[in-house]
Design a protein around this ligand. Sequence first.
Ligand code: SF4
Length: 367
Amino acid sequence: MLIDIKSLTREDLKARFKAWDQPEYRVNQLLRWLYPRRVTAWDAMTDLPGPLRERLRQMYSLQTPELLRKQGSRDATQKFLWRLHDHSLVESVLIPANPALYGDASDRQTLCISTQVGCAYGCKFCASGLDGWKRNLTPDEIVEQVLAVERDVTSDKWQVTGKQIVPRAVDNLVVMGMGEPLANYENLLAALRILNAPWGGGIGARKITISTCGLAPQIRRLADEPEQFRLAISLHGATDAVRNRIMPVNRKYPLKELVAACEQYQAKKGRMLTFEYILIAGVNDSMEQTRPLAILAKKLFAKVNLIPCNQIVGLPWQRPADDVCEAFLAALERQNVAATLRREKGRDIDAACGQLRLKTEKQLLKA
Ligand code: SF4
C-alpha cells in the first residue's frame, strides 16, 4: 500500500523533490494545495506540471475518509463518523467555542480527534475500549480528520466566496477521541507536527491538547519534545482505589508514578495541566473524593474539568444528579481549585467517546 502524502513533512517532500530534480518552490505549491486549499484530487493541483502530478500519484496516495454519519446536537456540537480505507470507523467531534473548555474563548471551534481504531486500555466507563484495540491510525489519518471537518463545515463559504483559500474552522485541537494517543506516539507526533506547522495545519502548539489515561513513560518522553503542547490527564479518580476500579492502566502506572511524570512534564514545559474527571454516580462523585482531588490539583497546578458521565448502552454506570455535580464543583472551588463543570455539550448525540462508532458497527452488521 502507498504511503499517503499527508504523512510527510515539508523536509521529506523537499528531499523527494530534490531527488527528482524539481525546484523547491514546487514543494510550496504542493503544500498549498494539500493544507490551506485542502484539495482531494491530484488533478485539482493545476499549477503543478502534469508529469509531476503523475509521478506523485504513482508514489503516494491522497486519501480522505468517507463521512459515514454526521450528528449535530441542539447546542451545535457535531459528531463525525468516518470510514477509513479498510472500513474501520473512527469519530471526531466539533465543539463550539466555549471558554470553559480548552483554550480561550474565540469565534471558532475545538475539534476532538481520534488516534486509534478501538483502544487497548479498557477504561470501564468508555465505549471506545469495549471491543478492544484494532490498529493505530497513520499520521495522515489523524491529520485528515481536521482537514475533512474543515472541508465539511466551510463548504458553503467556499462556494459563496469562490476564494481559493477556504476559511479555517478549527483553532483548538484536543486529542481525546478514540484510542490512547500516547500509545500511538510516533504517528501522533508526526501528525501534530504537520498540523502545527505554518505550511500545514497552522494550529499553534499551545492550542493543541494531548490527553492520556496515564502512560507515565510517554509523558516523560513528551516532556523532552520541543513543542509546547498542552497535556490533559484523564484522571477520573484521585486515589488508587478509585482508579484501579475503573482504569486498568492504574495498576501498571499508579498515581505516584503518574504524578511524578506530570511533575517532570511541568518542570520542563512550565505549563498548567488539565485533569479530566468523569463524574460517575456512586464511584467517584462523593464529597470525600474532592479532598484528594484538590490536593493533587494543587500539587500539579492543574485545572479540573468535571464531565458528568454519559449513559452508555451495555455499561452499568449512571450520571450523578445535577445537584451532586454542582456540589462537587462547589467543593473543589471552596478548596481553591480552578474547576469547570461541562453541563450540556453533546449529551444528546451519543457523545461519549466511541458510542456512535459502536452503534453504527452493530447496525452495519445487522444490515
Ligand atoms: S478512556 Fe481513552 S484510554 Fe480509556 S478506554 Fe477510552 S479511549 Fe482508551
